[in-house]
Ligand binder design. Sequence first.
Ligand code: NAP
Length: 278
Amino acid sequence: MILLDGKNLSAKIKDEIKGNVESYKVTPVLAVITIGDDPASKIYVNNKKKACEYVGMSFLHLSFDESVNEEKVIKKIKELNKDKYINGIIVQLPLPKKFNEDRIVNTVDINKDVDGFRSGSAFVPPVAYGVMEIFDYYKINLEGKNIVVIGRSKAVGIPMVRECLKRNATVTICHSKTENLKQYTKNADILIVAVGKKNIISKSMIKKDAVIIDVGINRVNKKICGDVNPNVMEKCSYLTPVPGGVGPMTVVMLVKNTFKAYKKQNGIIDMFDVMNNE
Ligand code: NAP
């Protein structure tokens, strides 16, 4: 069984981006909007800040109190959209319940939507992008494989399905209303789990030698764990650990998307290069 080391791979990619940013002698800027003080979001935003600064990009954090009026947030995003010095804009989700997430996310200029959340965005959402980089690095071929994705969120599950289809896999999507989940997971050559529930998948539910991608992040007794029971290690061929698997890849792919946004906005690359996973 091989652990798919996202920590090490993300460090390599970060160094590549740093080298490229230095060679262009530029400082791309990522703007991050947060509303309220979700503790998990604080950690994610801090990781994004550290990664941007490491590669030589600027990080602009606009933090709103939960009491803010939605119109004020929309107005700020529109200002950022027009600001030629801002290359990427993300809204850290989840937002407090009273806000219309779709409306806020869809206000981000599609050319600066480095989270790829808008429909028709050229940017591959960072979680799916990071998982595809892991497949490439470890030479895991998806063509013709039976892939089961558990989770159908707009940010994680659906983009994952899209990316797997681009690589000619046969994809099944499972979700909370799926009956007899095991019947699907047992047949998966590659199982991608993005639910947010500890131990939702265990050894008896997987195929022998399956590749398991654990996207889940759960906090249990102040410790972080994924969605997959560690007992799968006795049966699978590859597994992404949590922490140290998909998480660090997600952060670095956001940074990569921001650099792509910079290059697209400055005529260095075209839309095809933005869409391309390279
Ligand atoms: P989400 O929006 O809550 O979506 C969860 C999905 O899981 C939904 O599609 C839901 O089905 C499905 N689900 C819930 N219970 C299920 C069950 N018992 N059986 C099968 N499917 C079930 O969450 P998300 O934003 O996609 O995130 C998923 C997980 O990934 C979370 O743990 C999150 O923290 C983590 N995450 C990790 C990273 C990273 O970088 N590693 C980044 C983002 C998110 P319905 O659609 O029917 O409700």
